[in-house]
Design a protein around this ligand. Structure first.
Ligand SMILES: [Zn+2]
Length: 500
């Protein structure tokens, strides 16, 4: 308790005539309550601990306090410093224990200010933009002061891509290819396709898989009975998945967080969009208030969540109209009104959700081989990280960290790898069957389809039965595939050869 305050209160009580402080009875209890509450309010705060997390675009410094405290945070230039003043506070933690590596902070100095206050000065390697707020106690922590040091210009997202704009661009590529193929006569199709390929080389781009390790930094996620933190095991599993994806030709992994720091939920989907992700997967571990439940679950966005998010995106797009209207007026979709935009958005979200459910089914199928399944179907819920309107997204609860046996296995690198492999296989199966148009996988599939094995141009003297036996298919298979009823064929005609 603050001494001067205590003295003042006793002096005031002594000088007051009304309460004679009888020492027992109702009045006494009431006075004790008043005193206790006044004392609580005026109690000096102690800084019991300081915690620091370094992210690429910001650092977060958290002060664990024994009681709420008034804070003031401001920057000083030449050299760059950040000053954090806490009124009526004492330092019980040792700031020398902070690991400053990877952060903009080069040194931490502390001192007493105005007799009872605490001043913390951070020496900085660069200019920062500070943000700070206080947090009330929760299950894990008591009172906290959170100071974020944001690095201007390092923000992961400068200019988010409009999902409708992205969809229109993808449609343009498909339409251009279809048009080039459609204008040519049948014989010219291959030549036209080749010419198109020469004029516009196929991008053969990688399929981007955004991997989101849940939680991080001051948010440990669920904690197992032996103290395993969800944020740690999910980062391990995510890194295993990252290696598997990067080792697969035609795929590239993007880590939403790649260290022990927290990334906001909206920020996670924004990073995925900025990185032009084809797919987003958030890795978590479940917890329940009983140790029994175990097994993996796969979540996609719920329909109701999807619908409200469409409205949200539409509202935001009002402010970014130049992205839609200002790029290229020649495209029919670009100058359509807001109603059509709304319809397009709903269609996009429905298509995205269908993709999410399809990939989810594949992942669940593979997970079922690596682990017990908690739910045998893809579940749907309104997780914020699943709300990208144009990126198929899944949230995977790899297992129950609250189950002692599963907690142990979640810590086991072999089991972690099996989980990562299952997720990886599910993604591969889906994208091999449904490659995005500009991807290397789509190009490879087109090459296969255009190969001589699938088509045959009839030469003088050919007979149907001869062609059939040469391609190891039956005559009826060949006729069926080409909708030929009689035996009439003509030279130059291109036959589709069915795959046996
Ligand atoms: Zn989680």
């Amino acid at each position: 308790m603050n001494c001067t305050f205590e003295t003042a209160i006793s002096a005031w009580i002594r000088s007051s005539r009304l309460p004679r402080f009888p020492g027992r009875g109702v009045l006494s209890s009431l006075w004790m309550m008043v005193l206790v509450s006044l004392a609580t309010f005026a109690k000096a705060s102690e800084v019991d601990n300081m915690r620091l997390w370094a992210a690429p675009d910001h650092a977060r410094l958290v002060f664990d306090l024994s009681a709420p405290a008034q804070a003031d945070v401001f920057t000083l230039d030449n050299p760059d410093r950040l000053v954090i003043d806490l009124e009526d506070s004492r330092l019980q933690a040792n700031p020398d224990h902070l690991n400053l590596e990877g952060s903009a902070i080069s040194a931490v100095r502390t001192g007493v200010r105005n007799g009872t206050g605490l001043r913390v000065v951070l020496d900085l390697k660069r200019h920062v933009e500070p943000r700070y707020f206080t947090l009330a106690p929760n299950d894990q922590y008591g009172h906290r002061l959170v100071v974020d040091l944001e690095y201007p210009g390092e923000s992961a997202v400068e200019d988010p891509i409009d999902p409708i704009e992205a969809m229109i661009r993808e449609q343009e590529i498909v339409a251009a290819r279809a048009q080039a193929a459609g204008q040519a006569s049948e014989e010219e199709t291959n030549a036209a396709a080749r010419a198109l390929q020469q004029a516009q080389p196929h991008p053969k781009r990688d399929i981007i898989v955004a991997i989101d390790a849940g939680h991080g930094g001051e948010d440990p996620g669920a904690i197992g009975p032996s103290g395993t933190r969800e944020k740690d095991v999910v980062l391990d599993i995510s890194r295993q998945l990252q290696r598997l994806v990067n080792d697969t030709e035609g795929f590239r992994a993007v880590m939403i967080r790649d260290g022990d720091y927290y990334v906001g939920l909206r920020q996670r989907t924004r990073i995925a969009r900025e990185q032009k992700a084809d797919f987003f997967v958030s890795i978590h571990a479940d917890a329940f208030n009983s140790p029994r439940p175990q097994g993996s679950s796969v979540y996609a966005l719920s329909q109701s969540g999807a619908t409200s998010e469409a409205a949200q995106w539409l509202a935001n797009s009002e402010n970014r109209a130049d992205l839609i209207g200002g790029v290229d007026g020649s495209l029919s979709l670009r100058d359509k009104d807001e109603v059509l935009r709304g319809v397009l958005m709903d269609l996009t979200m429905t298509a995205t959700l269908n993709d999410s459910l399809a990939i989810g089914g594949q992942v669940l199928d593979q997970l079922g081989r690596a682990n017990r399944l908690h739910k045998s179907r893809v579940e749907q819920a309104g997780f914020v990280v699943l709300k990208s309107p144009d990126i198929p997204s899944l949230l995977i609860e790899t297992g129950f960290i609250s189950n002692p046996d599963e907690e142990r296995r979640l810590n086991d690198p072999v089991h972690q790898r099996q989980l990562a492999q299952a997720v990886h296989s599910g993604i591969m199966v889906h994208f091999e069957r449904n490659p995005p148009p500009a991807s290397l996988l789509a190009w490879e599939r087109d090459q296969e389809r255009g190969s001589s094995r699938d088509e045959y141009r009839i030469q003088p003297g050919d007979t149907l039965s001869e062609i059939a036996s040469r391609h190891q298919v039956t005559l009826s298979q060949l006729k069926q595939a080409n909708e030929i009823n009689g035996d009439v064929i003509r030279v130059g005609q291109v036959l589709r050869i069915p795959r046996s």
